[in-house]
Design a protein around this ligand. Structure first.
Ligand code: HEM
Length: 176
């Protein structure tokens, strides 16, 4: 393995290393035989815009900068030719890039949201009964345990009566 070209591992995410993570990740995506063609087809002439948007997105998640405005589900809806193997490749490139650049405590801050969002995109692309690959589920569960200090997850609180479940999400409609 060539260690000379590896950048230092950061202990904490900050604006500049998030930008550089995003650039490194999409260089690998662009070079990847499976993912490269999809991204270049979709993003020709718009790479700079995409990198800036993704930097904002990750900064919002890991730095709490709250600048990202967008809809991740909607952005992926037009991509009709995405298959399970694309997600596997995306995740493996992303997790490897993060792991090489951040110390573990910082790395998990990227990994857990990536796995959660990937899962929600997979379910909406492939159907709610799509079986998320076991190793992906296990990794997400392990990261969650790390974050919560290995404590058993508390039971969900009993739901107070009254509010039907979907109301929070779909709105109440017009009164009367
Ligand atoms: C198979 C895997 C994936 C593929 C092929 C893919 C592809 C793309 C493409 C082509 C775009 C640009 C859309 C456009 O501007 O026209 C995009 C946007 C985006 N992707 Fe992915 N993506 C994948 C997985 C993920 C995952 C797992 C995440 C979770 C972190 C993610 C987060 C985003 C975000 C935040 C945007 C910008 C959304 C916006 O426009 O606001 N993607 N993706």
């Amino acid at each position: 393995m060539n260690h000379e070209t590896e950048p230092p591992r950061y202990a904490e995410p900050d604006e500049s290393n998030v930008r550089s993570l995003v650039e490194a990740f999409y260089r690998r995506v662009d070079d990847d035989p499976l993912l490269g063609p999809i991204f270049s087809r979709e993003l020709t002439g718009r790479w700079d815009e995409h990198l800036a948007k993704m930097t904002t997105f990750w900064s919002s998640l890991v730095l709490g900068s709250k600048q990202y405005r967008g809809n991740v589900q909607e952005a992926h809806r037009p991509l009709g030719d995405i298959e399970p193997q694309h997600f596997a490749r995306w995740l493996s490139l992303f997790l490897n890039t993060v792991e090489a650049r951040y110390e573990p405590a910082a790395a998990v801050q990227f990994m857990e949201p990536a796995l959660r969002i990937a899962q929600s995109l997979q379910l909406s692309k492939f159907g709610w009964d799509y079986p998320i690959p076991a190793e992906q589920q296990e990794l997400l569960a392990a990261l969650k345990r790390l974050r919560t200090g290995g404590e058993p997850q508390p039971d969900l609180p009993a739901r107070s009566g009254g509010e039907p479940f979907p109301a929070r999400f779909v709105g109440r409609g017009k009164p009367g």
